[in-house]
Design a protein around this ligand. Sequence first.
Ligand SMILES: [Zn+2]
Length: 415
Amino acid sequence: MPSNLRIDAERLWRSLMETAAIGGTAKGGINRQTLTAEDGMVRAWFKREAEALGCRVSVDEVGNVFAVRKGRHGGLAPIALGSHLDTQPTGGKFDGNLGVLGALEALRTLIAAGYETNAPFMVVSWTNEEGARFAPAMLGSGVFAGLYRRADADAIRDSEGIRFGDALEGIGWRGEVKAGAMPLSAYLELHIEQGPILEAEDKAIGVVTGAQGVRWYEATITGRESHAGTTPMPRRADAFVACARLALQVQAIALAHKPAAVGTVGRVEVEPNSPNVIPGVARMTIDLRHHDDDTLEDMERSLHAAIEEIALDDKVDIALKKLHDVAAIKFDPDCIAAVRAGAAALGFSQRDIISGAGHDAVHLSKVTPTAMIFVPCKDGLSHNEAESATLEHCGAGAQVLLEAALALDAKLGTR
Ligand SMILES: [Zn+2]
């Protein structure tokens, strides 16, 4: 049985549109990059709204904002719901915003009904999820989860040389709370899918069970530079031909682990890059992703085998360097079950789904039981001013968010 609490989808939509005007672009998107004046304005909006609801709002030393409504049991750690309010330079209205404003709508619904939770109920907005101005992405949640230190975050510079710490103080959002000092009972994040699966299958809710593991490599292929006109084909050691064959192998490796595996060669450099010289060196990046680390390990083994074969056939040397290795994330079974049961009780169509993108929830999952809820977005389009989601889907997502939070809260009460 679902709760008898119902979020107000129209009210959620109004908040989405109201905040979308802060940094709103002519094409209907949002340019509200981290720690800009616009970011300061939307933070102030969020704080005002939360305080008007009677929440205590606190800010930590990397600018993460927490709005807390007390629970019945003082001893319990808060259940946190949230996402981020910063956007890409040509961002959309829903990425991140839906997660914070959907959580705020859940909070409004609790308050309007006079419903008391066992644990404190927290809405959180993480600093710099996008990473567009200050890399890496998911920085605020990363500091919270203990992956980065505050000092490391402070020292990061944007393309104009401005330090993160100075920008944070510049907009007046350096808080007192030590980052990461706060234990949580659980963390739930509502987000648009940013991919095409839910829309294609006409499902309202994606029950996110985890996030993909990612491995990045750079392959440097060394052949022999020589004259394009005078070197007979059998005598060549063409670094680019080997690179092209390896790119096809990357595709084949991903297809051999369908449907979830993906493999991409996104950057290729050829030397000397001259029309009449057989390339002597080619450098390429390889990006492999899957939600299961064992499968990723298999894919990596296949990559090594492909490299050995191509090196032999094409008489080149191929050196492979791993640049980046992020393990796959499995979200908390109880949190996933709460989302699944909530969606089912409310009668929404649903399917399990793996996140292909990074989210604050990935970092939070390291320190607290975590899950995510996806809703469809039009054409799977995101990080784009044309990003679009329906009022109905946003409302369904916020309702499932509330329902899952209530289920987790009920369990805390029985302890
Ligand atoms: Zn996002």
